[in-house]
Design a protein around this ligand. Structure first.
Ligand SMILES: O=c1ccn([C@@H]2O[C@H](COP(=O)(O)OP(=O)(O)O[C@H]3O[C@H](CO)[C@@H](O)[C@H](O)[C@H]3O)[C@@H](O)[C@H]2O)c(=O)[nH]1
Ligand SMILES: O=C(O)[C@H](O)COP(=O)(O)O
Length: 320
């Protein structure tokens, strides 16, 4: 493992239970900071209501850590907007925010419009398809931002159960992460290899930083933010928080293929044009002692076309 990644993992990986909401309310008050939670939602009537209601009950009414909860409706054709509103969110439509800039399809667009439609100094983004949502996700993401001024952006990490036809298995979720995003990040931005869940949809950041970077309109938004924020603020300004387990609604393979395509487009648009891709791939395992990083050499060598080998071997003087 690269020394900078090892150091970052040690220094910038936190556990959500380190913080209690009440302590963070005090820290927030001392800094005079405000917090907005933004939930992008496209046809999430089954889950958005309980996530919004939980945040409102636990982190607005019981403990005033969150100042506003905004659901950005990304063009739903179901009752997402109505249910989110009844649960206590302010609901905005992507079409009505920054109308002069038009509206693009995709999740990143909803986040970008969410940034425009809110005013908190700290933003927390949470997907609206989470099952059994735990408000400690939000508390954990805010912990480093409210207690360490040098941290600017925090991503959730978690175990990812996979729901199969045989039931729920404890790991195996995050297929695009493992097959596309992690190999790409390791190859071209190896300083980011320590992010256990680089595509996680739950993250928090300072408005001051988030307003300085582009937001890719589709599913490339998470990879784009990581790459652009590390360039802007440096690795030490980024952090990750272990929030336990996350379960969400799985998409079909064909939809994940389109997601992977958008992530690839985002990466290629940012690909550094100097240097060779890094050969090391860092993967993570959950063991009884916690998370373990395992490095693999995924470098390949190019063997020459066989015809040229045979031609060289046939020469009386052999290969040169
Ligand atoms: O056009 C869209 C598509 C999705 N969403 C919402 O965005 C969230 C995440 O979308 P989803 O389709 O559930 O993505 P996942 O399959 O969960 O994909 C993972 O990987 C993506 C690519 O990085 C991330 O954007 C996701 O947050 C992350 O959970 C959900 O609340 C969606 O309702 C929108 O608002 N608009
Ligand atoms: O993050 C990912 O890789 C995608 O959301 C796919 O996740 P899944 O394999 O858990 O459906």
């Amino acid at each position: 493992m690269r020394p900078d990644v090892r150091r970052w993992l040690h220094h910038r990986t936190y556990t959500a239970d380190t913080w209690q909401a009440a302590d963070l309310v005090t820290a927030k008050g001392a800094r005079g900071a405000t917090v907005s939670v933004v939930l992008p939602a496209l046809d999430e009537e089954r889950t958005v209501g309980s996530i919004v209601a939980t945040i409102r009950q636990e982190l607005v009414e019981r403990c005033p850590l969150v100042d506003e909860v905004v659901v950005v409706d990304s063009g739903s054709s179901d009752r997402t907007a109505e249910i989110a509103s009844a649960a206590g969110a302010r609901v905005v439509s992507v079409d009505t925010v920054l109308p002069r800039h038009g509206s693009r399809p995709g999740k990143g667009e909803a986040l970008w419009k969410g940034l425009a439609a809110t005013s908190g100094d700290l933003l927390v983004f949470v997907d609206s398809d989470l099952i059994a949502f735990d408000p400690q996700f939000v508390v954990g993401l805010l912990g480093p931002l409210l207690t360490d001024p040098t941290v600017g952006y925090v991503k959730a990490l978690y175990d990812r159960p996979l729901t199969t036809t045989d039931g729920i298995v404890p790991s195996g979720g995050g297929r695009v992460t493992e097959l596309v995003a992690r190999p790409l990040l390791n190859a071209f931005w190896p300083e980011l290899a320590g992010f256990v869940q680089p595509l996680s949809g739950e993250y928090a950041g300072r408005r001051e930083l988030l307003e300085q970077v582009p937001f890719v309109s589709g599913y490339g938004v998470e990879l784009g933010l990581l790459v652009d924020l590390v360039a802007l603020a440096g690795l030490d300004a980024l952090a990750q928080v272990d929030v336990g387990t996350r379960q969400h609604t799985h998409q079909a393979d064909a939809a994940l293929g389109r997601m992977a395509g958008q992530i690839l487009q985002t990466a290629l648009a940012r690909r550094p044009d100097t240097g060779r891709p890094e050969r090391e791939l860092l993967q993570f395992l959950r063991t009884a002692d916690g998370l373990e990083g395992v490095s693999w050499d995924v470098g390949v060598v190019e063997r020459p076309p066989m015809r040229s080998v045979r031609a060289a071997d046939a020469r009386p003087w052999g290969r040169t």
